[in-house]
Design a protein around this ligand. Structure first.
Ligand code: NDP
Length: 263
């Protein structure tokens, strides 16, 4: 039996085991998927091999360690420096980033859209901004502090701090921060959000499983919203295509995996 797992810290909250096991069980695929609390990211490769796994997903805070642990990287993972899916083939570790294509698929329900404002400049913003730029979106990055914006400046994105931001229309406003995940904070000052949200076509949050203060605020203005569940689902679908070596189509995987979100 092939064994898969999610590595992260914390990892107990992860939906990934349920998502992937629903696919394996649904198609009688001889595999199972568990979770592993990895404290030291530098031990990722060693633990992966020691546990005899066929593949893993990687969540916070180990996506950069996962990138360094691979023998081969696909072009996109190489470009963004973050890996959330590893598959072992012939003893070698192959790394992929499925967060970004999963995110792209999740926001496709709001097409046509062109201008996008990211609130936050962390690891998830890095990978998803790269794929949006490749697809022709105009992405502006707004962050509360300067340090993380330097990468985006170098990559040619328009960036701003809260204090020098000029509010204007954006098709999509996306919370890429962890604000609202374990607290009730907004990702940017309320007065700033109140000036941009009413003009937006939609507000999206990458946080899933709860209605964040950001999405609550968007609803007050009757702006359409979406939380991070679809992103989670689609990154899982793409990862599962790699895990099962494309035995099933994305649609076949999605039809089983999405049950994890209604149980
Ligand atoms: P990082 O730790 O890399 O980055 C965090 C970002 O959030 C930084 O820009 C930071 O700003 C900002 N931030 C944090 N707290 C606040 C706050 N209270 N107010 C304003 N800004 C804040 O995080 P990740 O990119 O790894 O993750 C971001 C989010 O994406 C998480 O909530 C995570 O759960 C979610 N996620 C969802 C996925 C899904 O499938 N739905 C997949 C992957 C991630 P500063 O630079 O000033 O510190």
């Amino acid at each position: 039996m092939q064994q898969f797992a999610i590595f992260g810290n914390p990892v107990s909250h992860s939906k990934s085991p349920l998502m992937h096991n629903l696919v394996f069980k649904g198609y009688n695929y001889n595999a199972c998927y568990g979770r592993y609390l990895l404290e030291d990211g530098e031990k990722l490769r060693e633990k992966f091999l020691e546990l005899g796994l066929k593949g893993i997903n990687i969540t916070v805070p180990h996506k950069e360690d996962a990138y360094r642990a691979c023998d081969f990287l696909d072009e996109f993972a190489q470009k963004v420096g973050a890996v959330n899916t590893i598959v072992k083939r012939d003893g070698k570790l192959y790394g992929y980033n499925t967060d970004a294509p999963g995110f792209l698929k999740a926001i496709s329900s709001f097409e046509p859209a062109k201008s996008v404002l990211f609130l936050g400049a962390g690891g998830t913003a890095r990978s998803t901004s790269a794929i949006l730029k490749d697809k022709g979106y105009d992405v502006t990055i707004l962050n509360r502090s300067k340090e993380r914006l330097e990468y985006f400046d170098q990559e040619g994105f328009e960036t701003a701090l809260f204090e020098d931001f000029q509010p204007r229309h954006f098709d999509l406003i996306i919370n890429m921060t962890s604000a609202g995940l374990a607290d009730e904070s907004l990702p940017a000052p309320r007065e700033l959000l109140q000036r941009i949200i009413p003009q937006a076509k939609a507000c999206i949050d990458v946080i899933y499983g709860k209605e964040t203060p950001f999405l609550k605020l968007a609803k007050e203005y009757t702006v359409p919203t979406k939380d991070g569940s679809d992103m989670l689902l689609y990154q899982g679908v793409i990862a599962c295509e790699y895990f099962t070596n494309h035995t099933y189509t994305a649609q076949e995987i999605e039809s089983k995996m999405k049950k994890a979100f209604i149980l």
